[in-house]
Design a binder for this molecule. Structure first.
Ligand code: DP6
Length: 320
C-alpha cells in the first residue's frame, strides 16, 4: 500500500468551459482560462493506493460517494492509471473547506489531487501536461487545477485529446488578484454541470458564442498580461453572462442564478473596479485587487452571503 496526502485547489473559470465535442474524454467545444484558487478553496485528500484488484472508494466530508459517482469521475482517472501501472485501487478520504456540490468545483479539485498524488505515490513520472490530460478525463475543469496561477486549457482538435491540455499562463505573482467567493446557498445544484452541458446543442446562441470565443480568450490573456483592469473585468463579466445566457437558451433551461446572484451582479456593476463571475450555481466569485476586499466582504456579509476570501493560488501540493 502506498499512501500520500495532497492539497489541491479549486479553480474559477474566467472564460468558461461549456459543451463538449467528446463526452467520454471531456474534450471541450472551446478553450478556457481560469484562476487557480488558494488554500482557502482547496481539498485535502488522504490517498491510499492498494496493489491488486478492488473497488475505488472515496469519502468526501464524511460521505462515501456512490459507485456511479466514483465511476463517472475519479474512476475514469483510476482506469487510466491502471492502464499505466497495472492493478491498483484507491481509497480516498477528502475534506473540503467549502460546500460540495454547490457549483464550487469540488470535483475539479479532488480529481486533480488524485492525479497529482498518484503520480507521486506510484512513480508514474507524468509531466504536468500529461497530468492535466489525465485529470481532464475525470472532469473537464479538473485539468486546470493541476497548475497554479492563471491557466489556459486549450480546446485542441484531435479526436484522442492529446492536444487538449493546460498550461500556466502567468504565475500567481504576476497579478495577485483577490477572489471573494460568496456562499449564498449551500444546497446542491439543481442539475450537475455535466448533465446540463449535454443540452448545449439546443441553444442557438451557442453558435454565436463559439464564433468569437477563441479570439476572446486571446483578448483576455492580453488584458492579464498588461494588467488592464477595466478590460479584464469587462471580459470576465461578459463571459459569465454569456455562459448563463447559453444555459438559459438551452432546453430545458437551467436556472443556476437566483435573486441574490442578480443583486450581487448589480452591486458589482455599480461599484466598478471589480468583476463577478458565476459557475454552475448561484454563488458569486468577485475578483478585485486587495484594496477592494473589505468593501466586498462587508457587502456580502450584509446580504447574508458568507464570504471566503482567497486569491491566485500556487497549485496542488504534496503534504506528506
Ligand atoms: C460551469 O468540469 O464539472 O464550472 O467535464 O462534465 O466533469 P465535466 O464538467 P465540469 O464543468 C464545469 C463547468 C463550469 C465552467 C468551467 O469551470 O469552465
Amino acid at each position: 500500500m502506498k499512501s500520500i496526502k495532497v492539497s489541491s485547489p479549486s479553480n474559477i473559470a474566467l472564460i468558461k468551459y461549456w459543451g463538449k465535442r467528446d463526452e467520454k474524454l471531456n474534450l471541450p467545444l472551446n478553450s478556457s482560462v481560469s484562476i487557480t484558487l488558494g488554500e482557502e478553496m482547496s481539498v485535502i485528500s488522504e490517498l491510499k493506493f492498494y496493489e491488486g484488484k478492488g473497488n475505488d472508494r472515496i469519502v468526501v466530508n464524511g460521505r462515501e460517494l456512490e459507485e456511479t459517482e466514483v465511476g463517472d469521475y475519479a474512476g475514469r482517472v483510476m482506469n487510466k492509471i491502471r492502464e499505466l501501472y497495472g492493478n491498483v485501487f484507491l481509497e480516498a478520504v477528502s475534506y473540503t473547506n467549502f460546500p460540495v456540490g454547490a457549483g464550487l468545483a469540488s470535483s475539479a479539485a479532488g480529481i486533480a489531487g488524485i492525479v497529482v498524488g498518484a503520480n507521486e505515490a506510484l512513480h508514474l513520472n507524468l509531466s504536468k501536461r500529461e497530468m492535466s490530460i489525465l485529470s481532464r478525463i475525470g472532469s473537464g475543469s479538473a485539468c486546470r487545477s493541476v497548475f497554479g496561477g492563471i491557466v489556459i486549457w486549450y480546446r485542441g482538435n484531435s479526436g484522442e485529446g492529446s492536444d487538449s491540455y493546460c498550461e500556466q499562463l502567468f504565475p500567481p505573482e504576476h497579478w495577485p488578484l483577490k477572489v471573494i467567493v460568496g456562499i449564498v446557498k449551500e444546497s446542491r445544484k439543481p442539475i450537475s454541470s455535466r448533465n446540463a452541458m449535454l443540452r448545449v446543442n439546443t441553444s442557438q446562441l451557442l453558435h454565436c458564442r463559439l464564433k468569437t470565443i477563441e479570439d476572446d480568450v486571446m483578448k483576455l490573456v492580453e488584458t492579464i498580461k498588461s494588467r488592464d483592469k477595466a478590460n479584464f473585468y469587462r471580459i470576465v463579466m461578459k463571459h459569465s453572462n454569456n455562459m448563463h445566457a447559453v444555459i438559459l437558451d438551452s432546453w430545458p433551461p437551467v436556472l443556476y442564478l437566483n435573486e441574490i446572484s442578480f443583486e450581487i451582479m448589480q452591486w458589482v456593476l455599480e461599484n466598478g473596479d471589480m468583476a463577478y463571475t458565476f459557475d454552475a450555481g448561484p454563488n458569486p466569485y468577485i475578483i478585485c485587487e486587495s484594496d477592494s476586499v473589505n468593501k466586498v466582504v462587508n457587502f456580502l456579509s450584509n446580504i447574508g452571503a458568507k464570504p471566503i476570501v482567497t486569491g491566485v493560488g500556487s497549485g496542488p501540493k504534496i503534504l506528506e
